[in-house]
Design a protein around this ligand. Structure first.
Ligand SMILES: NC(=O)c1ccc[n+]([C@@H]2O[C@H](COP(=O)([O-])OP(=O)(O)OC[C@H]3O[C@@H](n4cnc5c(N)ncnc54)[C@H](O)[C@@H]3O)[C@@H](O)[C@H]2O)c1
Length: 279
C-alpha cells in the first residue's frame, strides 16, 4: 500500500472531500475517510439517564447517530443536554398517551432500544400481586407500548431495528430472588423472537441482549441496601467467573454493533454478555 492519510470524522463533509480530492490529485497521496459506525441513524432509547441506557446513548452519539434519550429521571437525564448528538426527553415508558405524543414528534427512526426495567428482589413468596404487576408493566408492557408506536414508522420506511433489554436472569438462568424479574425478562426474549418472526419480511429486525451483572447505579443501590454491603459486594464478585462485573460501557460496545448495519444478518437473537456466568 502506498502513502495515505487517515481522517476520522463525525459527519461527511462534502467540502472537505473536494479539498482532499484536489490534494490527492496534486500530491499523489490517497486519503481514507473513516466515518462513524452509526452515521445518519436516528435512535430512540429508554432509561437513558443512567446505567447501560446512558452508556449506550453516549456510545451511539459518538458513532454519529442522532439520539433521543428518554427517562423519567429528569435531573439525571438533563446531564446529557450538552452532549453533541443527544436530545434528552422526559418520558415514562408505562404511559401510553405520553409515548404516542413523543412518537408523533419523531418522523424517522432507525433503531429503537427498549432499555427501561426494574429489578424486584424476592422469591414468589415475597412478591405480592402489586409487585408482580408493576414489574410486568415496567419491564414488558413498556416495550409493547413503545414498539407499537415506532414499528409502523419502520415498516413504512421498509427498514428498522429494535433492540430489547433482557437479562441472563430469564429463561437462560434461574437466579435466586429474581422470581418476577426473571419471568419478565423471559417474556422479553419471547417478545423479541415474536417481533423478529413477524416483521423480518418488512425489513425490521429485532434482537435482545442478556447481560449478567453490570455495575450500574441501581445494582450498586441494591447492594448498598443489603445488611452488609461490603460482604455482599464480595459475594457478588465471587459468583462471577471473571471475578469482576461488567462496566456499562462494555455492554454499550455490543449495543453499537447491534444498532449498526454490521449486524444486519442478525435477528431473533438473544445475545448473552455475562462474563461466562451462564456458561
Ligand atoms: N445492572 C445489571 O446488572 C443488569 C443486568 C441485566 C439486565 N439489566 C437491565 O438493564 C436495564 C437498565 O438497567 P441498568 O442497571 O443499566 O440501569 P439502572 O437500573 O441503574 O437505571 C434504570 C433507568 O431506568 C429508568 N426508568 C425506570 N422506570 C422507567 C419508566 N417507567 N420510564 C422511563 N424510564 C424508567 C430509571 O429512571 C433509570 O434511569 C434494565 O432493564 C435492567 O433490568 C441490568
Amino acid at each position: 500500500m502506498g502513502k495515505y492519510l487517515l481522517f476520522e470524522l463525525k459527519f461527511a463533509d462534502i467540502y472537505l472531500r473536494e479539498v482532499l480530492s484536489r490534494f490527492e490529485a496534486d500530491h499523489g497521496i490517497s486519503y481514507i475517510l473513516k466515518m462513524g459506525r452509526l452515521d445518519g441513524k436516528v435512535i430512540v432509547l429508554s432509561a437513558g439517564a443512567q446505567g447501560m441506557g446512558r452508556a449506550a446513548a453516549e456510545a451511539f452519539a459518538k458513532e454519529g447517530a442522532t439520539v433521543y434519550a428518554t427517562d423519567i429521571n429528569k435531573e439525571k437525564l438533563m446531564e446529557l443536554s450538552g452532549v453533541a448528538g443527544i436530545t434528552p426527553e422526559v418520558l415514562d415508558v408505562t404511559k401510553k398517551d405520553d409515548i404516542v405524543a413523543f412518537a408523533a414528534k419523531i418522523p424517522k427512526i432507525d433503531v429503537l432500544f427498549n432499555c427501561a426495567g426494574f429489578v424486584h428482589n424476592g422469591t414468589i413468596l415475597e412478591t405480592d400481586e402489586a409487585a408482580w404487576d408493576f414489574s410486568f408493566n415496567v419491564n414488558v408492557k413498556s416495550m409493547y407500548l413503545m414498539t407499537k408506536e415506532f414499528l409502523p414508522k419502520m415498516i413504512a420506511q421498509g427498514k428498522g431495528n429494535i433492540i430489547n433489554m433482557a437479562s441472563v436472569a430469564s429463561s437462560i438462568k434461574g437466579a435466586p430472588n429474581r422470581c418476577v424479574y426473571g419471568a419478565t425478562k423471559a417474556a422479553v426474549i419471547g417478545f423479541t423472537k415474536a417481533l423478529s418472526a413477524d416483521h423480518i419480511s418488512q425489513g425490521v429486525r429485532c434482537n435482545c441482549i442478556c447481560p449478567g451483572t453490570v455495575t450500574t447505579p441501581s445494582l450498586l443501590g441494591r447492594i448498598n441496601a443489603l445488611p452488609d454491603p461490603e460482604q455482599s459486594m464480595k459475594d457478588f464478585i465471587a459468583r462471577q467467573p471473571m471475578k469482576r462485573m461488567a462496566g456499562p460501557e462494555e455492554v454499550a460496545h455490543l449495543l453499537v454493533y447491534l444498532a449498526s448495519d454490521e449486524s444486519q444478518f442478525t435477528t431473533g437473537s438473544s445475545v448473552v454478555i455475562d462474563g461466562g456466568w451462564s456458561n
